[in-house]
Design a protein around this ligand. Sequence first.
Ligand SMILES: C[S@@+](CC[C@H](N)C(=O)[O-])C[C@H]1O[C@@H](n2cnc3c(N)ncnc32)[C@H](O)[C@@H]1O
Length: 397
Amino acid sequence: MIRIRPDHLPTLRRFRRALEEWGYARACARLTDPEPAHMARHLARECASMERPPELAQENWTLVALFFLGQEQVRAEVELVLDPGLLEDLARVGLVDLAGGTVRSDRYMIVLLEDLPFIVSRLRHARTEEGSVAVYFGLDTVALVERTRAWDGVGSVLDLGCGGGIAGILAAIEGRARRVGGTDLSPEAVEVARANAAMYGVEYHCRHGDLYRPVAGERFDRILADPPAIPVPHQIGLAIHGTGGPTGDALVRRVVEGAVRHLEPGGELYAVTEVYSSSEDHALFPWLEGFARSETGRHVRVEFLGSRLLPEDYFLDLGRNLRYLPDWDPALEALAPGERVERHARSLGIRFGHLIGIQLRLLAGRPSTFEAVQTEAFARNGPEIHLDPGASQETCR
Ligand SMILES: C[S@@+](CC[C@H](N)C(=O)[O-])C[C@H]1O[C@@H](n2cnc3c(N)ncnc32)[C@H](O)[C@@H]1O
């Protein structure tokens, strides 16, 4: 596991520059075209065994095979494209393992957002390890990043449950936020967020702990959150980036409640979450409305980012846990997980897996109101990634 010490900071900066010079973004884009590389992360497990296309030289394949696909590489070949001293340093950071003349990056992968590399967990770590504390990255991360686009030199940002810290760090890199930091219950996420910030020389104050607890008494201009949202009873083990309590919205309610104590006047919380229900009947919505009405002088706006049925492969691992949902039909156990999820959803008459955004704005002196706005930003099905190049083209689903 990555553990960041002050002497690791120059290593991570050198690593990011080396990836840029090598053309990591371009190499990943060749694999994932026509979708952007960030869409491919949840498919990396299926693609892991992809072979180097014959028309691609080894030196144009090594780093993408190692850091994107997670394939073990011959150390001598990696050293042709990455300085041997840097490689040793990356092993000390915990990003790669060096053993028996090979290099592996099993635990982490390097994803791209805006063509910029960030460290996150490999999906097999994120989803299949019970009680895993792995570092999340998903389409909801991208939704969070999209939300920061309109910022123009925001003062202070708290990335709550920051995972790899990508949304805040990217906003700082691009000059849209001046002070960024985060909290996370996962010690590994805290370390990785620090590592990601170090890659770009961004100061990122990341603290370990439960939601707002590490920032007691502090206020921020913006709070970002992408809390776990899978409905699972407490006794069921699931990675902490996923568990949203029995109804899935336990964390998001705490995020919204706490924001009032941690936003500067005029500040905004933006939370993205999933609801496993139709957008009209989930208990979260009347709860939000009640919250808005009870908070005098506050304005709560709920923005639905359209209803997007998440891709089937998203549910392959998730499917195991869905039998704990209300009204689960045990006969569905016999079906394949993806099919099981869809049938269950259909039998309940729900459009499954809505990704929604919640925006809470603190406006002193205004009467409370509650608004629901429907946008089409996510109104499309999940990605279908085509692996290129040329003859070896393969659809990875
Ligand atoms: C779905 S992930 C989102 C990560 C990141 N914000 C992103 O968008 O990629 C949820 C994150 O919340 C963290 N988390 C879960 N429960 C938490 C809690 N009680 N307090 C703080 N963080 C928590 C998880 O470790 C995970 O990193």
